[in-house]
Design a protein around this ligand. Structure first.
Ligand SMILES: C[S@@+](CC[C@H](N)C(=O)[O-])C[C@H]1O[C@@H](n2cnc3c(N)ncnc32)[C@H](O)[C@@H]1O
Length: 292
């Protein structure tokens, strides 16, 4: 890839701008590296597993108000939800607590899926888990989902959105719904540590990066120097590329929202009034046509 000369350090994390992953094997190599990094990062979720279990046992739900508004009463229409990039299953099992009869989670991290299995076994929940690259989601699941649900830090880890959108489309039942709430790509343009709006210098139209380290307000330093963290690979997908990938896979766009709301503490120092002036998240609902 590129040399360590291109590396720069910010907020305790090490960044390196990268060329585009064009070939399928380059895409897979970045996803495979992300598996190793997420197995490290998942330790943070493992440490919180008892708290997550208690939260879910008490009927808790992580669903964001924006998701609730976009999806309505899940109990009334969603028998089966597939959660892509489900992490340790907190959000997946929240869907169950919201009334979905059967949930399926897919994630590339072995540690996350082991955590998710522990949670659903303890809850006796009707959940099935698959540890694989989202691009390899088993074909047995094709056409089975009333809802394909994802987001909250999902798309930036993927390096082929066309292949991803094809997976979403094949998993949905005819008439089924896809939903995502994720970081707005414009939010990448601002320095996450500044108290005011400061340009990060990132190119909205062409940004890929290799990163060592995790944000302090999320996973933190894993009790070791950043140089010892596995390198992971992220990509900024402009909003148009997300919409085009889903429409190109045959889905019909029903809703696109841009929001100043956050689902994690992405800008811990940013003045609250300034934060409300920029799009920090987007939400999108699309439907697989009922008739081919
Ligand atoms: C920020 S987390 C998702 C956050 C999640 N909503 C939660 O509960 O915190 C991103 C997830 O994407 C997963 N992931 C990254 N690349 C993936 C890939 N190619 N296929 C499947 N999962 C992937 C990671 O293992 C991680 O669990």
């Amino acid at each position: 890839m590129t040399s360590d000369d291109d590396m720069h350090q910010m907020s305790g994390m090490r960044y390196q701008a990268l060329p585009l992953a064009r070939q399928p094997e380059e895409v897979r190599a970045r996803h495979a590296a992300n598996r190793i990094a997420w197995n490290e990062g998942a330790a943070h979720y493992t440490a919180e597993l008892d708290e997550t279990l208690a939260f879910l046992q008490n009927g808790g739900s992580n669903l964001h108000p924006i998701e609730r508004a976009n999806l309505g009463d899940l109990r009334s229409w969603c028998a089966c939800a597939i959660h892509l990039q489900c992490a340790s299953g907190r959000d997946t099992l929240s869907l169950w607590n919201e009334g979905v009869s059967q949930v399926v989670g897919v994630d590339i991290s072995d540690v996350h899926i082991a955590n998710a299995r522990r949670l659903s076994a303890a809850l006796n929940a009707p959940a099935t888990w698959y540890c694989c690259d989202v691009l390899d989601t088993p074909h047995d699941l094709d056409g089975s989902a009333d809802l394909v649900y994802t987001g909250r830090g999902a798309l930036c880890w993927l390096h082929d959105l066309t292949a991803w959108a094809a997976v979403v489309a094949r998993l949905l039942k005819p008439g089924g719904i896809f939903h995502i709430l994720d970081d707005h790509p414009v939010s990448w343009l601002f320095d996450q540590d500044a108290a005011t709006l400061v340009a990060s210098g990132i190119d909205y139209f062409a940004h890929r990066e290799g990163v060592q380290g995790w944000p302090a307000s999320y996973i933190g330093d894993l009790n070791r120097p950043v140089e010892q963290h596995a390198r992971k690979y992220e990509r900024l997908w402009p909003l148009a590329s997300i919409v085009q990938a889903l429409c190109g896979a045959g889905l019909i766009l029903e809703h696109l929202g841009e929001h100043p709301d956050l689902y994690w503490n992405a800008f811990p120092s940013l003045d609250a009034d300034l934060a409300r002036r920029i799009p920090l998240t987007f939400s999108l609902r699309a439907r697989r046509p009922a008739q081919p």
